[in-house]
Design a protein around this ligand. Structure first.
Ligand code: ADP
Ligand code: ZN
Ligand code: ZN
Length: 768
């Protein structure tokens, strides 16, 4: 008997070892899927991580850690060739190690569901019809038709079929191979008949049906490299500079102001990689963005371009996965975070656009990986492959790496065609609120700017941060605010449907008619979410064509496309949105952008609040400005004197960066220190408290002052579980693999205590 290590889609550390029956042995290899038994009655689809492997005592029974264990056997091998190439398997291992998450969780995140179940993915089939063998000959067919005089409709359908398939153009015997295939659907459409007529022809055994697999993928137009736009001088210089930097660095950062034409540079780099028979992975932080960039890439790369993200159906994702394994994969993959897991045979270039974006990091559930880091690691596994990070506002980490010479650096400081950067006007709303001059959340200056823009036939964008004051309801008598019974947060008000929901666990309830505390019926909304803003804007600008883009309005892939296309084509002229709209969307009739409340971002209790605010404000501002006219940004804040506001106003990334760097150095934050958060969760508050204190002191024994906490996070209870957080600040250059070992052993030692049986512990490495 031989043995294999298997990865199962379960949140458990390490591999599961199974016996491999001799009959299956020849088909078992790393990366193939196998079905295996687990427990009394379950079977799972596992992935072979290693084969053959040595086990401590090579018999069917082994002693592991003093316990006698019996290895079960693999039931079946599901693939003839691996669904993971060696690089993908290596990436899984890296993510599991680096982010300290079970490899089973990586498996769950990486593979489309259809590949995780034995009979999950079903190829789509269509029903086709053809002539029965007996009627392949002209003469038999003519005789048959003569005998059918009374079934006129059937004759008509039969004739239509013969015509569609091309039979009537051929005398004599008609071999299948020269006939055009006809679907039943098509025949019914052409003849305007019901399925009954076709069935009657089947009953007479003249027509037969058969099923055929059809792909879900749309192969698109042939590529048109001639559609590439020629680069201007500044772009050409940047392009050459990127190539030069890439020779000396695995990773290069392209720091170019918004609308400097970075995307056009990417397109030229992609074409170059394709000329060298390499594949390209192009990652974007947000599905909304893929919609816009898709059009630009399709025009050049046509059917060589594949798109992959979570709004695609699972079946489509399985087909793309299989296509990437085939001999004719897409050469360019455009996708969001999860596309980093797709198999590539000959990856040559990875582009990470808007590299500073937080949504590249998966927050929940595990694995809490950063797609930028994962993509860099992936690229390094392919000989000669390079990574390009692009952004107008580099993350502190990337800019620091570039300044240190670890990454190549290319800067592009002018907008394409020298279109001016927008003018940014700061409006002090503290003062305006005091003088009662605000209309809801809008200053008079913002309203007049929007009114003028719409009057000139231009467009405007209003930006409200999601982290901003969530809309909730409140009793005006006693101040009661409905909270989630299972989490430490107030419920968010969805006015259109008049219900309340928890954004952490999904709990919903109707808005109560009377206050449960004081029985008053004066329960009203409070705060300004995007939905509320939409309402107010409708009152103020009744003629505006308003669109809203946030989590609630973009649940489906089509919703994204529709919203963006409507706005691009002017069917809507006033767009309200969350940070979703800040990311690189390119609209050319937007002349005014309003940032409703900068403070909600700045006051967020996190060391990244300033970094995030600067980026968000700069990015949103970048949406303003149309060809031939300078754009205008109205930035509303209660703290106009803050340096960061001034830096946004002057578009002064350099002072922003150096101010923040000083602070980060002083307080031991990234990029000088790496952070690891350890989260503990338990139903019982006392247990989680003691556990936190105990783990904290165990970790202090090893790591000393690098350990902070335990603390209560700002949302300290989610889905009935109480949470504590311990922070580790690890200096650069520390032996990180050993740190992970120590962390694990400290935890293992503690979990031996029976009281902590139900304690959940997980890590967030490089948290955002
Ligand atoms: P960025 O990615 O830096 O924000 P884009 O690549 O989206 O900038 O360019 C901004 C606008 O300028 C786009 O509409 C783009 O089509 C146009 N543009 C940029 N470079 C060129 C070029 N070389 N030729 C024609 N149009 C260009
Ligand atoms: Zn009340
Ligand atoms: Zn909840």
């Amino acid at each position: 008997m031989t043995y294999a290590n298997i990865i199962l889609p379960l949140p458990l550390e390490g591999f599961f070892t199974y016996g491999v029956p001799d009959a299956l042995a020849s088909r078992v290899t790393a990366g193939v899927r196998v079905s295996v038994p687990l427990g009394k009655s379950k079977t799972y689809v596992g992935i072979v991580a290693g084969y053959p492997v040595n086990i401590p005592n090579p018999s069917e029974e082994s002693i592991v850690g003093g316990k006698k264990i019996t290895y079960k056997n693999i039931i079946d091998v599901l693939d003839n060739a691996p669904v993971l190439l060696p690089q993908q398997l290596k990436l899984w291992h890296w993510i599991a190690d680096y982010y300290m998450s079970p490899i089973g969780d990586v498996y769950k995140a990486a593979l489309p569901s259809g590949l995780k179940e034995e009979c999950g993915y079903r190829p789509r089939t269509e029903l086709y019809i053809r002539l029965a063998d007996n009627f392949r000959h002209d003469r038999t067919l003519t005789l048959m038709i003569d005998s059918m005089k009374r079934a006129a409709k059937q004759v008509e359908v039969l004739m239509a079929y013969l015509q569609l398939a091309g039979v009537d153009e051929m005398g004599g015997i008609t071999p299948d191979t020269v006939l055009r295939e006809v679907t039943r659907e098509e025949l019914m459409n052409v003849t305007h008949t019901s399925v009954a007529v076709v069935r009657a022809l089947q009953d007479r055994k003249i027509l037969v049906t058969y099923e055929k697999e059809v792909g879900r993928l749309n192969d698109g137009e042939p590529p048109h490299p001639e559609n590439m736009k020629p680069l201007n001088d500044a772009q050409t210089e940047a392009y050459n500079h990127v190539l030069l930097q890439m020779m000396g660095h695995p990773v290069t950062l392209l720091h170019g102001v918004t609308s400097s034409g970075k995307t056009e540079i990417y397109i030229h780099l992609i074409q170059k990689a394709l000329n060298e028979h390499k594949q390209v992975l192009y990652l974007l932080p947000e599905i909304a963005l893929t919609v816009q960039i898709t059009e630009r890439l399709k025009a050049v790369f046509g059917s060589r371009l594949g798109i992959y993200h979570s709004k695609y159906s699972d079946a489509e994702r399985v087909e793309i996965w299989q296509k990437q394994l085939s001999a004719t994969p897409y050469d360019v993959i455009l996708g969001a975070r999860s596309a980093v897991f797709l198999p590539f045979h000959r990856l040559g270039l990875v582009i990470i656009d808007e590299e500073h974006e937080q949504s590249f990091k998966q927050q929940d559930p595990a694995p809490r990986y950063h797609a930028r880091s994962a993509a860099i690691v992936l690229a390094r596994m392919y000989p000669g492959a390079k990574t390009l990070l692009g952004t107008a506002t580099p993350s502190m980490e990337s800019y620091y790496n570039a300044k240190q010479g670890k990454y190549g650096l290319v800067e592009l400081t002018r907008r394409y065609k020298n279109i001016q950067l927008p003018a940014i006007e700061v409006v002090d709303i503290k003062d305006l609120y005091r003088r009662k001059m605000m209309t809801g959340p809008f200053s008079p200056r913002l309203l007049s700017a929007v009114r003028e823009a719409l009057g000139r036939g231009e467009q405007a964008i209003l930006f409200q941060n999601r982290r901003g004051f969530a809309p909730m309801v409140e009793c005006r008598q006693c101040g009661w605010v409905p909270k989630c019974p299972d989490c430490d947060v107030s419920l968010t008000h969805h006015k259109n449907m008049n219900y309340l929901s928890c954004h952490y666990c999904g709990y919903t309830m109707k808005v109560p008619e009377v206050c449960p505390c004081c029985e008053s019926n004066d329960i009203r909304g409070r705060g300004y979410g995007t939905e509320k803003i939409e309402d107010e804007v409708r009152n103020i600008f009744p003629d505006a064509r308003i669109a809203r883009m946030d989590l609630d309005t973009t649940r489906t892939r089509n919703a994204y496309e529709r919203l963006i296309n409507d706005f691009s084509q002017g069917r809507s002229n006033l767009l309200i949105g969350t940070q979703m709209i800040s990311k690189g969307l390119d609209f050319d009739k937007v002349s005014v952008v309003g940032i409703l409340n900068a403070d909600s971002m700045l006051n967020y209790p996190d060391f990244r609040a300033y970094e995030q605010s600067f980026m968000m404000m700069s990015q949103v501002s970048g949406r303003a400005g149309r060809k031939g006219r300078q754009g205008l940004v109205i930035l509303q804040t209660k703290s106009p004197e803050l340096p960061v506001i001034q830096q946004v106003m002057r578009n002064d990334y350099q002072s922003f960066y150096s101010d923040l760097l000083t602070e980060r150095r002083e307080f031991h934050y990234p990029p000088f220190h790496r952070l690891v958060y350890v989260y503990l969760k338990h139903r019982d508050e006392n247990t989680v408290n003691t556990a936190g204190l105990e783990l904290g002191s165990r970790l202090r024994e090893i790591f000393g002052t690098r350990v902070l906490g335990p603390d209560k996070p700002s949302v300290a209870r989610v889905k009935t579980l109480n949470i504590r957080k311990i922070m580790l600040k690890l200096e650069n250059g520390i032996d990180y693999p050993r740190v992970r070992q120590y962390l694990r052993s400290a935890l293992d030692a503690m979990l031996k205590d029976k009281r902590y049986g139900a304690l959940q512990v997980y890590y967030d490495v490089d948290p955002l």
